[in-house]
Design a binder for this molecule. Structure first.
Ligand code: PLP
Length: 427
């Protein structure tokens, strides 16, 4: 008989334990939430946010297309009054197919596309479909050829399969500028992987892997007969937060992943995967087991936004110029305010929502200590170390970097830079 009420100890599976864990950037995000919720938070400048800005003309476009669908008598019944295909809502898929064929001269059909609840879940399906334990008893790792890269890749694998992450090549390209390149030579030694994944443009650094680097990656994926997942959450044709020329190539070993989250619809959870029929078919089956299909209201509304070209127009006229301007403002503020005795560089401005700062010989024990120092100065930024995977903890470079979100107001960006400069000038 129990005399005392005992709290049962929850028993989690190995995967359960891993998915529960709050590591890396999740740990920081929790700290940021608590710091901002604190009643003394007034005056703190938040340059850590990953949420895209609300852009009035884009929001107005979504309202317009939603209203038009509500007026159409049968639209809601067709789209949300019944279950649908695990592939996605067909008018939406058709609009996506036409858009990519028209822009990139591809020849894809609806069989090359699957719509997922956000691109995060699409990436979850892909990685778990190809990496981990194999039927022949071997195991395949996932390869992140680009480092740093999106922190959301860190918790994707069901199986405790290992990762291979390549250390970047650092190219100094100006007094206050640098760029990460892929370690193409190291790629040649990577052979036990189930797929390659990189974001292009990259969250957090803003890097856009060059066409040449992409061709090498594609050749490696082809040699191993595994997919190369190109995560274009910030790429063309929408939201198109890209400042440098880049091509998109379709091929039997590439899966393009994109999303409407940075186009004003993050809450609708619309992810798009485009790839060879054989990959897409298996991902559809995976999705059917996981959730039957993604929800369809957002797809209904977005069908016309894509088919009419309106989304793309606004991406070019409103979304990209806004972040471009913010990036330039941040660069100017850095040049005006960073102390002369610091050797600092921003990653080349290729795209995405962030700027990436590297201060050589930053005098903190590690990136987490730098984060705490910034906090005492009243500015929140995500320490760059949270975005590096599979590199030795002792590699200094990762502790000398900071991700700065461009989603703050102009005033906060300028004042935030002043505070970063103050924190790093006198640690
Ligand atoms: N990929 C990258 C590079 C991201 O930055 C994000 C979100 O910020 C995602 C994928 C996931 O986006 P979503 O699931 O909203 O499509």
């Amino acid at each position: 008989m129990l005399t005392q009420r005992q709290t049962p100890i929850p028993r989690y599976s190995v995967a359960g334990e891993r998915f529960r864990a709050r590591t890396g950037v999740r740990r920081i995000m929790q700290d940021i939430e608590q710091t901002l919720a604190d009643r003394n938070a007034a005056g703190i400048i938040n340059l850590s946010a990953g949420n895209p800005l609300r852009i009035a003309p884009v929001a107005a476009m979504w309202r317009r297309f939603l209203s038009a669908e509500l007026e159409r008598e049968t639209a809601l019944d067709e789209a949300i009054g019944r279950y649908g295909s695990s592939r996605g809502y067909f008018p939406f898929i058709a609009a996506v197919v036409d858009c990519y064929n028209e822009h990139y001269g591809w020849n894809i059909t609806e069989k090359n596309v699957v719509i997922t609840p956000g691109s995060q879940s699409g990436l979850f399906y892909v990685l778990n479909a190809f990496c981990g334990a194999q039927p022949d008893g071997t195991s395949r790792r996932v390869c992140y050829p680009q480092n740093p890269d999106y922190t959301g890749y860190q918790g994707l694998l069901w199986d405790p399969a290992q990762i291979v992450a390549l250390r970047p090549q650092i190219e100094l390209t100006g007094e206050h500028q640098f760029r990460y390149g892929l370690d193409i030579d190291a790629l040649a030694d990577v052979d036990d992987v189930g797929c390659f994944v990189l974001s292009r443009p990259c969250n957090p650094s803003g890097n856009v892997a060059s066409d040449q680097e992409m061709a090498t990656l594609m050749a490696r994926a082809e040699a191993l007969d595994v997919p190369l997942v190109v995560d274009g959450a910030y790429g063309p044709p929408f939201p198109n937060l890209v400042e440098v020329p880049m091509s998109l190539t379709f091929g039997p070993h590439v899966i393009h992943s994109t999303s409407l989250s940075k186009c004003g619809l993050p809450g609708e959870r619309i992810g798009i995967l485009i790839g060879d029929e054989r990959w897409i078919e298996s991902i559809e089956a995976f999705q059917s087991n996981a959730c039957l299909h993604s929800s369809r209201l957002g797809q209904l509304v977005a069908s016309q936004a894509i088919a009419t070209g309106e989304l793309e127009r606004l991406a070019g006229e409103e979304i990209r110029p806004l972040y471009s301007r913010k990036r330039a403002l941040l660069g100017e503020a850095m040049r005006a305010q960073m102390p002369a005795h610091l050797t600092w560089r921003l990653h080349e401005a290729h795209g995405a929502l962030f700027s990436w700062l590297w201060v050589e010989q930053l005098p903190f024990a590690d990136g987490w200590e730098a984060y705490e120092r910034l906090k005492t100065e009243g500015v929140l930024c995500v320490p760059g170390v949270a975005f590096f995977q599979g590199v030795p903890a002792t590699w200094r470079h990762q502790h000398e970097t900071v991700r700065i979100s461009l989603t703050a107001s102009d005033e906060d960006l300028v004042e935030g830079v002043r505070r970063i400069a103050a924190a790093f000038a006198s640690p």
